[in-house]
Design a protein around this ligand. Structure first.
Ligand SMILES: *Cc1c(COP(=O)(O)O)cnc(C)c1O
Length: 393
């Protein structure tokens, strides 16, 4: 274990503070380190491993496709790619899908599609993208400009121009940012990294209206809250507000890198061969796993149960009655708990009690376990979290 941590410390770019153990394998909601310690995984690779670790259906899809065809580039047709796109369209507002490899890349693509659409219909003046305070859209250059956090942006200024920041969940503030130079607004229906803040229904409905009045496109970033996590397949379905573009990634292929941009035909019509691309995206290997993931997640009973188990987790957290927990919020299995102490202290205490926990901001605990977590496992989480919090006085 020490040798691996020493190698990492010496040779890996130090952009992450990693936990003080080496993970070796996982099964369901449990991860095991090289010393044989078991951790109840309430992070799921940052809301990625929707079916936990080593889910038999995903392993079967992966190994079945692995001996057949991994990668072809987008110069060729492959069945999993086409079937997955059709399925995402059948189960959303969208009429077309563009696949990519990550959340940031999905947002970059959505920005390009919105710019192209506006350019074609209204000319180059209409190019401004409105994003919101506390948002997280990724670390690449364009996405970073729409991620207004000083710590992330400051070292890399000047940022990409053409992005305007408006206050989240404040419709009057948002309206002030709109004029006819706006081509799109991007918003997370439930902010993830920013601390698990659901948008209000009035805010999303108002944004839809602002976009319509200014001939701008509405982009929902569902990279974290999409694919079942909120208790509906897409978070927008829980709000009843439909975007023009939707970006997805984290859980889409159950832990393999995949992103997707879902869009209406009106947006798609602006894009032509050669306008955008990706070497790796939508490979048969990754798409086959994503199909298997949707087989499990995209079922009404399963989604209803995600919502019910999410409510159960929220209730248990609310009655946990630790002086350190100041408030609990979220939807489905995307839950934040505000603390009166640094989240890092709770995360570290969690390791000693066999829990993998993450934060969303300095004082908010983020619980985004695999969507298959059982009520019994939620009880175990609460027991261990209670013990970890008690240790902190
Ligand atoms: C994680 C995240 C991203 C960035 O995804 P990457 O795959 O890390 O590039 C973008 N938007 C939201 C809402 C996210 O949670």
């Amino acid at each position: 274990m020490e040798d691996i941590m020493e190698l990492e410390g010496r040779h890996v770019l130090q952009t992450y503070a990693r936990a003080p153990f080496v993970l070796d394998h996982g099964q369901g909601c449990w991860a095991y380190d090289t010393q044989g310690n078991a951790y109840l995984d309430c992070v799921a690779g940052i809301a990625v491993n929707a079916l936990g670790h080593a889910h038999p259906a995903l392993v079967a899809a992966l190994t079945g496709q692995a001996g057949k065809l991994w990668h072809t580039s987008n110069l060729y047709h492959t069945a999993p790619h086409a079937r997955l796109a059709a399925r995402l369209c059948a189960h959303s507002f969208a009429e077309r899908v563009f696949f990519c490899n990550s959340g940031a890349e999905a947002n970059e693509g959505a920005f390009k599609f919105a710019r192209k659409w506006a350019h074609d219909h209204y000319g180059p003046e209409k190019h401004v993208i409105v994003a919101f305070t506390n948002a997280f859209h990724g670390r690449t250059f364009g996405a970073l400009a729409a991620t207004p956090r000083e710590k992330y942006q400051a070292p890399f200024r000047p940022l990409l121009p053409g992005v305007r920041i408006a206050p989240f969940n404040d419709l009057a503030g948002a309206a002030a940012a709109f004029d006819d130079s706006v081509c799109a607004a991007i918003v997370e229906p439930i902010q993830g990294e920013g601390g698990i803040h659901p948008a209000t229904p009035e805010f999303l409905a108002g944004l839809r209206d602002l976009c319509d009045r200014h001939n701008a496109l509405l982009i929902f970033d569902e990279v974290q809250c999409g694919v079942g996590r909120s208790g509906t397949l897409w978070a927008y379905q829980g709000y009843g507000v439909t975007p023009d573009l939707l970006t997805a990634a984290k859980p889409l292929a159950g832990g393999l890198p995949m992103g997707a941009i879902l869009m209406s035909e009106a947006v798609a019509a602006a894009m032509h061969p050669g306008d955008h691309g990706s070497t790796f995206a939508g490979s048969p290997l990754v798409a086959a796993v994503a199909e298997a993931l949707l087989d499990q997640v995209d079922r009404p009973e399963f989604l209803a149960d995600v919502a019910a188990r999410g409510e159960y987790l929220k209730e248990r957290l609310e009655e946990l009655n630790s002086p350190h927990i100041a408030g609990v919020r979220g939807r489905g299995l995307m839950i934040g708990a505000d603390l009166d102490i640094p989240a890092a202290d709770v995360i570290n205490a969690g390791y000693r009690h066999g829990l993998l926990l993450a934060n969303a901001g300095p004082q908010t605990l983020r619980l985004v376990p695999p969507l298959i977590i059982t009520r019994a496992e939620i009880d175990t989480l609460i027991e261990r979290l209670t013990a970890a919090l008690a240790e902190l006085g």
